[in-house]
Design a protein around this ligand. Structure first.
Ligand SMILES: [Zn+2]
Length: 104
């Protein structure tokens, strides 16, 4: 089970976009042992060549970030945090903020 889910707010802790925050768009568990696409982060410009009557264009695409370069921002205490797990009385696995101990 991946610690990060789409829709999580995260802070980038390493690399070119270090210190920026964003929202997880997609989790890609199969890329480099787990990566995430974050809206508006790690963009690169890709040039599409003109082909078969279609004009060439520049598009911006987001590169996935390795899981190790991000920290989840806890919606309860609003701090970048590590995630722990607890099982509730119904046997459901919950993600727990290690800082404020709240389920997130
Ligand atoms: Zn917290």
């Amino acid at each position: 089970m991946s610690k990060v889910k789409s829709g999580d707010n995260i802070k980038i802790t390493a690399g070119r976009d270090k210190g920026k925050t964003g929202k997880v768009e997609r989790v890609l568990p199969q890329i480099r042992g787990g990566s995430v696409l974050v809206t508006g982060i790690n963009l690169y410009k890709k040039h599409l060549k003109a082909r078969g009557g279609r004009a060439g264009e520049m598009i911006e695409k987001a590169h996935p970030l390795p899981m190790g370069n991000i920290a989840i921002i806890c919606p309860k205490c609003n701090k970048p945090t590590r995630i722990g797990y607890e099982v509730d009385r119904q046997g459901k696995k919950l993600r727990i903020c290690r800082k404020c101990k709240e389920a997130i």
